[in-house]
Design a protein around this ligand. Structure first.
Ligand code: HEC
Length: 170
């Protein structure tokens, strides 16, 4: 009797974690957890899309402004991009938490660098330095591809191949 109880206890002790593990593995197979932007709630993802469209409109506007030496306009565009920084938008604390959890540190580092370059763009436009304006615009354009090829391949599938090629080269 004693022996039987002990055996039952042992069997349970061994079987429980196994059963739990099997269940977990099954859950993962059934529904792989969403990651990155795909894990964002709809309102947050829409806010990101809206920010991106504003960023793109700003970048397009830099060309005629630079060609005309319209430094104030370039500085204004830089300011709008810098201040559109998704982390600094008027998000609720819960949404900020959600962003930090969904978007990997790599995304946040690219985002931070992009907005630092926008701040530099304001600075060099105010200093009326066309070569440096071109330099920072170039850096900002590289950031579009760098971030999209890692974090927006659902939206831009053509850049998924790019990310793969770069990984091979490193
Ligand atoms: C730090 C990351 C990051 C940087 C830098 C970045 N983007 Fe994006 N962008 C994204 C992500 C992520 C998406 C996809 C959003 C989605 O799938 O919902 C996106 C989507 C877009 C979209 C589509 C928006 C829509 O849903 O209609 C445009 C347009 C865009 N980006 C333009 C740009 C341009 C132009 C630049 C550079 C000047 C740029 N982005 C820089 C992360 C970035």
């Amino acid at each position: 009797m004693r022996m039987n109880l002990l055996l039952t206890a042992l069997t349970l002790a061994i079987a429980w974690p196994l059963a739990g593990g099997a269940e977990e593995a099954h859950d993962h197979a059934a529904a792989p957890p969403a990651q990155g932007v795909a894990a964002l709630s709809q309102p947050l993802r829409e806010a990101l899309s809206a920010e991106m469209q504003a960023v793109q409109a700003g970048m397009i506007g830099v060309i005629p402004a630079l060609a005309a030496g319209n430094w104030d306009e370039i500085a204004a565009i830089g300011t709008r991009i810098r201040d559109s920084y998704i982390m600094r938008q008027s998000l609720t604390p819960a949404q900020l938490e959600e962003l930090h959890e969904a978007l990997p540190p790599d995304f946040q580092a690219l985002d931070a660098r992009f907005h630092q370059d926008a701040a530099m763009l304001i600075h060099v436009a105010e200093a009326k330095k066309p070569e440096l304006v071109g330099y920072y615009v170039g850096r900002m354009m590289e950031a579009c591809v760098a971030c999209h090829s890692r974090h927006a391949t659902e939206k831009f599938p053509a850049l998924a191949a790019q990310a793969g090629a770069e990984q091979h080269a490193h």
